[in-house]
Design a protein around this ligand. Structure first.
Ligand SMILES: Nc1ncnc2c1ncn2[C@@H]1O[C@H](COP(=O)(O)OP(=O)(O)O)[C@@H](O)[C@H]1O
Ligand SMILES: [Mg+2]
Length: 846
């Protein structure tokens, strides 16, 4: 794939875009699955049949009504011969009129029956899709971290929207068409046999040709459909990721890179889509040729029968009419095969979700009793993330008595967040055990464990709802007084009152209209509202400056009253209040005890404490906040530089921090020591001139952030263990490469997305000017071939642009709602509940 540089897209327009996807369909994630056995209609029906529960009697009634309608239509055709022969052979109109009346009445009845049957059927089909989406989503919510590491959000949204639409097309029109077509074909074929079996043989003999044609076309369609579905997922992913990281994209001026990435996937998508449609188009003319051949054969044979007196002209008319009625359903059956083939690519993507096993399940007979006291015990707990070598936790033992306040600390990547995940049973231990009130969490139901443990996650994770709804998320039945009390305890009441609509202010996606500290305090208020015996707080001061961190930690102490509280933090501020301090490193407990005792012992903790007293780095570790985007001019604190120089750099170590808080009692940094598996955090920076040089360069680069190319992120300075977990896709990581196509003297071309860049190239670290991206024709706006069997399967919504999306943001009066990333990815129209206030949206900085 290395040759498919999308940088070409940026310069060469459509031609470049075409070049970018040479080799499709052997490209992309679908490639690996092209040879997978096709999901047949039978397999699809078998897997999805259960979603018809509750509608099966309606389906039966619909089938019956349609069968009756077909019978009416079939009988009407017998009138052909009667009317023609009545007029021509008997030379009397007396026989004609009754037949004509019968004809009209039966046709009308048949039409009525088919409308009734069809509407029953369509209702059942749409409910089928509704249930399917419900189930896929419900199942998705039970899946664990490793599933989401492998499936980017944008792709999942695309599955739940576009792929569900694909199945909808099959269920609503596809299945209805099949039933009608099969019934009609059987009825007309039998009638034709009764009229004149010799002619019927000619007709039926040609039918298999249609079947073969559709099989062959279907085989090619399947490949195209799989590529198309996968590309639609990639389109969704790239839109979602770009929009989610928009502040970075805009501040680094890499809009063209993101557009090029979208164009790359968009080009794969439209090519596959067009290929699929073209293949389906071929099927039509071929069946027409087969049909005319059959008609000609019938005419010739019929003429011979008339000549020999075995058949009347009316008889031949009647027979030709059957033929006219018989072929459309046969042809529909053939194209249905193509529809099934296309939809099966969508079915496969939905089944991939439905077949994914949740990492954690309730054991049979698991206890559902509530955890009363909040005693937490870890016994030699070990957990290795699937697909990795290094252990998240490696033999951790710990005992926390009810009501104790425990601080778990350690460098980034030590396993602190993994510990919180295990306490909540997002994942289960691979060996050892975690006990709540003396009972193994695996012997409790997941819901009882989660009811007992309240998590304050590392990222605040707010919903695009009002402040009130966000707090009440913990307990929807909470009264306004309780919500206000929680906000007060969390230290959030003052800022909430200053918001334009107070508690009714909509906070934006992920709390976009709030500052990092405000978001965190809302999350704390939400946690406070939950009544559970155990509180787990993951990095509650992440990304906050020291005064804000203290403002956040104060209520935490209050809220921990009586409850078992486990605070996971690199910030040692709460240490003095803690009943127990646990130091983790590389998944192991390296020290534990009370703060004062640990200080008297020489070791990691004493080093960490000394370093923090001197510099109080608020290096946030994994999550950032909007505060981080504010320009800061301060230099990198010495402790952070030293840590980076030690060869165990931590994420965020290079993030500039505000001026260090002067320590009340500055302590000298103890000499570096290496004891056990723990690397000293403040080692030999001063003794290693090369490292000092590198650090000086990094420091200088930080004061001029624009000079750093986005591709040259801190990634290269990051320790291998320090990887962000969670919902991430194939994020770009490679440095930009110069396009080989760039003529000399021109500015360096737009850097290609990481996937298009050979890993070995090292490009210029600075891109002077953003080149305009003359992308390929917008795939979504292209004409959809008329032969597309299902109108519902129009251009993939995942890539449909919303021209209105940009204008709505600053228009507080006309637009009811700012679009969320998910809206844009799925192509869903903006909807808004009544409480949404336009002025709140305009305050959103996003
Ligand atoms: N979803 C994941 N998949 C694979 N490895 C992970 C995942 N999450 C964390 N890890 C790894 O587990 C180790 C501990 O991570 P974590 O518990 O997040 O550390 P901390 O919270 O102390 O910074 C790290 O080496 C990290 O790379
Ligand atoms: Mg963490």
């Amino acid at each position: 794939m290395g040759a498919h540089s999308t940088a070409g897209t940026a310069h060469d327009g459509v031609g470049g875009a075409d070049a970018a996807v040479d080799g499709v369909p052997g490209d992309g994630p679908a490639a690996a699955r092209e040879d997978a056995p096709a999901l047949t209609l039978r397999a699809i029906v078998r897997r999805f049949w259960r979603y018809t529960t509750g509608d099966r009697s309606k389906l039966m009634a619909a089938f019956l009504l349609m069968a009756l309608a077909t019978a009416c239509d079939t009988y009407v055709v017998t009138m052909f011969a009667r009317i023609v022969d009545g007029a021509t052979v008997a030379r009397s109109m007396d026989a004609v009129w009754p037949s004509a009346v019968e004809w009209m009445v039966l046709t009308a009845v048949g039409g009525l029956l088919s409308v009734l049957g069809g509407s029953l059927m369509v209702g059942a089909a749409e409910r089928f899709v509704f249930r399917l989406r419900h189930d896929v989503f419900a199942h998705l919510q039970r899946l664990g971290p490793s599933f989401f590491s492998a499936h980017p959000t944008g792709d999942l949204i695309s599955r739940l929207s576009t792929d569900i639409d694909g199945v909808e097309g099959l269920a609503s029109s596809g299945i209805v068409t099949t039933i009608i077509a099969v019934g009609t074909a059987i009825a007309y074929a039998s009638a034709a046999v009764l009229v004149r079996w010799q002619l019927a043989v000619i007709v039926v003999a040609l039918a298999p040709l249609m079947w073969v044609t559709s099989r062959i076309t279907g085989r090619f369609t399947r490949t195209a459909a799989r590529v198309e579905r996968a590309a639609a997922g990639e389109v969704g992913t790239s839109i979602q990721q770009s929009l989610q990281n928009l502040p970075i994209v805009q501040s680094y001026g890499t809009e063209h890179v993101e557009s090029a990435r979208l164009d790359h996937h968009g080009t794969v998508w439209w090519r596959a889509r067009a290929r699929e449609s073209r293949l389906q188009m071929i099927y039509g003319p071929i069946t027409t040729i087969i049909q005319s051949g059959a008609l000609l054969a019938v005419l010739i044979a019929g003429a011979a029968f008339i000549a020999s007196g075995e058949l009347t002209v009316g008889g031949l008319f009647g027979f030709a009419a059957y033929l006219g009625y018989l072929y459309p359903p046969l042809s529909q059956l053939g194209s249905l095969h193509l529809t099934v083939t296309s939809a099966s690519a969508s079915c496969e993507r939905l089944l991939e979700i439905l077949d994914a096993e949740p990492e954690v399940r309730d054991a049979p007979g698991a206890a559902d009793s509530p955890v009363a006291h909040g005693r937490v015990e870890l016994r030699d707990v070990r957990y290795v993330y699937p697909g990795t070598e290094s252990a998240g936790l490696d033999g951790v033992s710990l005992e926390v008595r009810p009501g104790q306040f425990v601080l778990v600390t350690g460098p980034s990547g030590a396993g602190k967040s993994t510990l919180t995940r295990m306490l909540l049973r997002f994942v289960d231990v691979q060996s050892g055990a975690i006990l709540l009130d003396g009972v193994d969490v695996r012997d409790r139901t997941i819901s009882s464990v989660r009811a007992a443990v309240t998590l304050l996650p590392q990222k605040p994770m707010l919903f695009d709802l009002t402040v009130r709804e966000n707090i009440a998320y913990a307990r929807p039945d909470a009264s306004d007084d309780e919500i206000e009390a929680a906000a007060r305890d969390a230290g959030a009441l003052d800022f909430i009152r200053e918001l334009p609509d107070g508690f009714d202010t909509v906070v934006g996606e992920d709390g976009a209209s709030l500052s990092g500290g405000q978001r965190q305090r809302l999350a704390i208020a939400r946690a406070l509202l939950r009544t559970s015996p155990i509180l787990v707080l993951d990095e509650p001061t992440t990304g906050l400056d020291a005064p804000t961190a203290r403002a956040v930690l104060d209520p935490l102490r209050r809220l921990s009253g009586g409850r078992t509280t486990i605070v996971v933090s690199h910030d040692l501020t709460p240490a003095r209040d803690a009943d127990l301090v646990v130091v983790l490193d590389e998944g192991r407990v390296v020290q534990q005890g009370r703060h004062a005792d640990l200080l008297t012992r020489r070791g990691v903790y004493a080093d960490l404490w000394a370093a923090q007293q001197g510099h109080r780095p608020d290096d946030g570790s994994d999550a950032g906040s909007d505060d981080d985007l504010e320009p800061r001019t301060s230099r990198v604190p010495a402790a952070v530089l030293a840590a980076a120089a030690s060869g165990s750099p931590r994420r965020g170590a290079l993030r500039p921090t505000p001026a260090p808080t002067p320590a009340p009692t500055p302590r000298p940094v103890p000499p570096p020591r290496r004891r056990g598996p723990v690397p000293a955090l403040v080692p030999d920076a001063v003794t290693n001139p090369l490292r000092l040089l590198a650090l000086a360069a990094a420091d200088a680069a930080l004061t001029r952030p624009t000079a750093l190319h986005p591709g040259a992120s801190n990634a290269s300075l990051r320790a291998p263990r320090d990887r962000k977990p969670g919902i991430v896709g194939s994020a770009p990581s490679a440095a930009p490469a110069p396009s080989p196509a760039a003529p000399p003297g021109r500015p360096a071309p737009a850097p290609a997305p990481a996937h298009a860049v050979p890993a070995t190239t090292s490009g210029p670290r600075y891109t002077p000017t953003a080149m305009p991206v003359p992308g390929p024709r917008d795939p979504a706006s292209g004409p959809t071939p008329a032969s597309r069997p299902h109108p519902s399967s129009g251009p993939a919504p995942a890539s449909r642009p919303h021209p209105s999306s940009g204008s709505s943001r600053h228009d507080g009066t006309s637009s009811p709602r700012r679009r969320t990333v998910a809206d844009l990815v799925s192509g869903a129209p903006a909807g808004r509940s009544a409480h949404r206030r336009p002025d709140a949206e305009t305050s959103s900085p996003r």
